[in-house]
Design a binder for this molecule. Structure first.
Ligand SMILES: Cc1ncc(COP(=O)(O)O)c(C=O)c1O
Length: 367
């Protein structure tokens, strides 16, 4: 029987009635755009994440673009981020014609190596984007210390970090803004594209709200050209249903991660390190192996699904070759990209399935 990497159907079956009611509600009210549905979800998500405000957005990529625009990042400016992330992080920086400046990741947490940020700061640095990758929160106390010392605003890429916390405080509430993705496979996933921006400052909140919506002050009055990056009402209604379940689903992920850990760690496998003050939400659960192709072929033969997040480090992406990086520039990220393997992880996965995945991994994996 298939062991899925992510099983959107089992989740849907458990909330089918609620979701269908929510969608029908929007079809009845025609609350498609600008409606109460987006407002309600944004408020509820802000509360869940511990943020003062939340603005719905079209997706997680445009949420980062909007955040950069709200900080007035200009062509030629530099934005520091981590070499180990999904492509959308530097892509959004490039979208505002700024230059992504990469920092290597740590070998244990796979997050931005904060000790290397300061030497990348120049007079052109206009923002820092740490990524709470895999749902494992960055040490935001240490990161904010560096950013505040140089007076550089921070945008937290929280695309994989719904309900993640550092030191008891929600991801996306430390920096000027946090950006979220509700891509269907995320811990909180829409049934289409959706995203959000968390904001703490009143003025910045207004600015972000304008940046997602044509630079609009009121109907047919526009202060600046911004574009349309709004969340739609149906997605907001679905997300609001799912948000009620998110804490339970997150606790299940954490239990499953613990189960993986209890089997793999005593055998000496390298898995993700979660720092003492972090509440990791395990969007991804990964293990390092030196013979990844062999393991994935073995899994394939047994219908066990897995993934790699991410096989090509950002500085080696063809789309970013103008940055003129070479192999060897970010050795920790490069080594991880060759060795990491993402194992099945979703709330409905059973402990028996975790045990089966581990048993098959152990048969063929080399450390
Ligand atoms: C770290 C990270 N940043 C940004 C994004 C972009 O989100 P979206 O796919 O909603 O545009 C993703 C989505 O996969 C992501 O994982």
């Amino acid at each position: 029987m298939t062991i899925h990497f992510v099983d959107l159907d089992s989740q849907y079956q458990s909330i089918k009635g609620e979701v269908q009611n929510a969608i029908n509600g929007i079809l009845e009210t025609k609350d498609f755009i600008h409606g109460k549905s987006v407002e309600k979800f944004s408020k509820n998500f802000a509360t869940a994440q511990g943020s003062k405000y939340c603005v719905g957005a079209a997706n997680g990529t445009s949420a980062i673009t909007v955040a950069l625009r709200a900080l007035n990042v200009q062509p030629g400016d530099e934005v520091i981020t981590v070499a180990n992330s999904f492509f959308a992080t530097p892509e959004a920086i490039a979208e505002v014609y700024a230059k992504p400046v990469f920092v290597d990741c740590e070998a244990d947490t796979y997050s931005i190596d904060i000790s290397q940020i300061e030497k990348k700061i120049t007079s052109n640095t206009k923002a820092i984007i740490p990524v709470h990758l895999y749902g494992n929160p960055v040490d935001m106390d240490a990161l904010m210390k560096v950013a505040n010392k140089h007076n550089i605003p921070v945008i937290e890429d929280c695309a994989q970090a719904h309900l993640a916390k550092w030191n008891g405080k929600g991801a996306g509430t430390f920096g000027a803004m946090g950006t979220f993705s509700f891509y269907p496979g995320k811990n909180l996933g829409a049934y289409g594209d959706a995203g959000a921006i968390t904001v703490q400052d009143d003025k910045l909140h207004q600015l972000v709200a304008m940046h997602v919506n044509h630079g609009r002050t009121k109907k047919y009055e526009h202060d600046f050209c911004a574009g349309n990056f709004r969340m739609d009402g149906i997605q907001a209604a679905i997300l609001d249903v799912k948000l009620k379940h998110l804490n339970d689903w997150t606790e299940k992920r954490r239990e499953l991660a613990c189960h993986y850990e209890s089997i793999l760690q005593p055998l000496g496998f390298k898995t993700i390190t979660v720092k003492k003050d972090a509440r990791c939400v395990y969007h991804i659960y990964l293990v390092e192996v030196s013979n990844r192709d062999e393991v994935t072929n073995h899994f394939k033969s047994l219908d066990i699904q897995c993934g790699v997040h991410y096989p090509i480090p950002l500085h080696m992406q063809p789309a970013l070759k103008h940055l003129e990086h070479n192999k060897g520039d970010f050795p920790v990220t490069e080594r991880a990209a060759e060795r990491i393997l993402s194992l099945p992880m979703y709330a409905e996965l059973t402990k028996a399935e975790v045990e089966k995945v581990c048993a098959e991994l152990i048969k063929v994996a080399k450390k």
